[in-house]
Design a protein around this ligand. Structure first.
Ligand SMILES: [Cu+2]
Length: 314
């Protein structure tokens, strides 16, 4: 996969943000150089040997005015460029292509208005794209550096971001907030396609993350990979944040329900309950509240495919 590193005009916000950044950087640089050299010059000119008696300046209106007015003007200029770059980001145009972004430990899920769901963000080129950002657990940070788009994704709130992608290609997408052990898994990609190509991709789908594949268990595995189950579960016997799936089907599991310990057999119903309502029964030795319910994200059919896959993990 080739990620574009040249981001000139990758989105409509690049020039505004870059202008503010370069201006502030430039002013800081001028001050750094200016102050350093002034300091060195004064050290030379006013040292004790050359200038034994120090001159005291008491009350100078000229100086007061200079060091009040000049910084004020500089700060206002910086504010103006910052504001001019930021304000349009808060006001999306009316006609947008809408995508819902769900952040959770540890992946982003992108849902389109036709029901398509992906783990890579697909967007049409030269069209305003509006994102609705929600988090199911903790605060995540949605960041597409090439587009100069960054927005906190806060649980219990709905945030908005919009942009017009202007270059075809692949761009990086990050979570900027350290959100737990596998925070780095939240990295993903944005794929920008010209409108006709995008349309073809958009129409040509079945509803779910999955595509039908030959082997009876491959679909389940693919669904789980796309939605991020393997951030917390393995299939090789290793314990991560959640129990391993190796040999899970039909095994005896000790769980706690409302603090009461008891043993159940991991059958279809148990697996379904573990996916839709994971915090009702907690597997002994694991923590509550880490796995979030997948209600609405996985259909009954998806759960059946997942169960079929888990059954195959002897
Ligand atoms: Cu995150």
């Amino acid at each position: 996969m080739y990620i574009l590193s040249n981001t000139v005009n990758a989105s409509n916000f690049v020039s505004g943000v870059d202008k503010a950044f370069l201006l502030i950087m430039g002013i800081s640089f001028v001050f750094l150089i200016g102050l350093t050299f002034t300091m060195l010059y004064f050290m030379y000119k006013y040292n004790n040997k050359k200038n034994p008696i120090a001159t005291q300046i008491k009350g100078s209106n000229t100086l007061e005015v200079i060091w009040t007015v000049i910084p004020t003007i500089l700060v206002l200029i910086m504010f103006y460029y910052g504001w001019a770059g930021w304000a349009p980001m808060r006001k999306a145009p009316k006609d947008t292509f809408n995508i819902k972004v769900t952040g959770r430990m540890w992946n982003y899920l992108f849902e389109y208005e036709n029901g398509k769901k992906t783990d890579t963000l697909f967007v049409p080129m030269d069209k305003a794209v509006k994102l609705k950002l929600v988090s199911l657990d903790v605060i995540h940070g949605f960041f597409i550096p090439a587009f100069r788009i960054k927005e906190d994704v806060v649980p219990g709130r709905e945030k908005m971001a919009w942009f017009i992608p202007q270059r075809e290609g692949l761009f990086e997408l990050f979570c900027t907030v350290y959100c737990g052990m596998n925070h780095s898994y939240m990295g993903s990609t944005v794929k920008v396609m010209p409108q006709p190509k995008f349309d073809a991709w958009y129409i040509d789908t079945i509803k779910h993350v999955s595509v039908a594949v030959d082997s009876p268990t491959a679909t389940g595995q693919r669904i789980m990979k796309n939605i991020g189950c393997f951030a917390c579960h393995t299939v090789d016997g290793t314990k991560l944040i959640g129990p391993t799936f190796k040999g899970i089907y039909g095994s005896k599991v000790v769980i706690q329900t409302n603090g009461q310990e008891h043993e159940v057999t991991a059958d279809d119903a148990y697996i379904k309950r573990s996916i839709y309502d994971p915090n009702a029964d907690i597997v002994k030795g694991f923590n509550k509240g880490l796995m979030q319910p997948y209600t609405g994200l996985l259909s009954e059919g998806d759960v059946q495919q997942i169960t079929a896959y888990l059954k195959s993990l002897k």
